[in-house]
Design a protein around this ligand. Sequence first.
Ligand code: NIG
Ligand code: FE
Length: 416
Amino acid sequence: MTSLAVLNTSQLVTLGGLKRPRVATELSELGIIRDGGMLVCDGKIEKVGPSDEIEKNAGDAEIVDAGGRVVMPGFVDAHTHLVFAGNRLDDFERRARGETYEQIAKAGGGIWSTVEKTRAASEVDLLARAKKYATWFLRCGTTTVEAKSGYGLTLEDELKILRVIRQLKEEVRLEIVPTFLGAHAVPRELSPDEYLDVVVTEMLPRVHAEKLAEFCDVFCERGYFDIDQSRRILSAAKTVGLNLRGHVDQLTNSGGAKVMAEMGATTADHLEQTDEQGIAALKKANVQPVLLPGSVYALGSSHYPRTGEMIEAGLAIVLATDFNPGSSPTPSMPMVLSLACTQMKMSPAEAITASTVNAAYSLNRGDRIGSLEPGKLANFVIFDCQDYRELAYWFGAPQTYSVYVRGECVSRSGGL
Ligand code: NIG
Ligand code: FE
């Protein structure tokens, strides 16, 4: 048995308490233990409490002296596109000159350009890139990510990406939850309906048979998949037992949030254009919104989702990076916290709940990760600050001191 005693924190931010996603004023309850400590045994949390009490119970446990720093659960990033080849530097520069996401896509950039590069890349190459990004996530204090396919758009290329995700899980300490996003765009060689047939009759059965994904996602947007097409894909995915997520109402309000509610999805993601009817539908069906301010920011927009209304309506908000080469090239949850507080007017506490425990529930892992409570995995981060609000406040300054997954130190930077 290997044991750790984490001592001398300024704040042990436990997020302990309710065994369900947090809503309304619960979003602000972080369960902070000042001068807290934590006992870890065989990768799991055994006890949390005042540091001096934990010290008394430490026995021969290895001591991790937090030195008066903040200790929190590792971030759970519930929306990433982790596996792709190349980059989108040209799109980035075009956007800086004033072109929009849609104009750039029409001119040969956008998702399609990443698809071409990803198709041409070998599994070995994709794996090497993804490993590098996995290291970035850990360094930012993220210990679990959801990872989508979606830059292959043929049966073999989508399977290739999902297999890379599976291999990555074996080779890195970052925990990964796979999502099938075959319906990310319509490939040039097929009509939308022809491609839908491929997704439903060829891809989904293979993804299911090879157990390559837990969730199915769709990009429901003008020029990508409309409401009816999205419904067809999501229904087929549900039939094979996948849980549902969706990119909806990002660029236009097409009623995507309502479709996710109608389909009984776990999450509806983006929602920048969702109106009060969409919010009410999500509430009624208990769908968790996954808000992605990094993509709003990186696209040069200021049209953030109606976050205050969503909180008021009682939705169990999640925040995530949307890490991808086109619209959100950041692995940093602290950056997302900053955007949530400055642009979406969330409090630092609400933002932290949304990026830890609520995110864990949105990945069906609320019983194992997302908070520091006895029985949960010892996935935690020591940040080089004394107050959790500093994470959202010092934007752009790396504050990660060390990162632990299942009680093992997987990244150490020593802080600022
Ligand atoms: O979440 N909206 C669709 N998909 C991504 C963008 C992907 C890309 O541009 O490569 C997103 O923003
Ligand atoms: Fe996305």
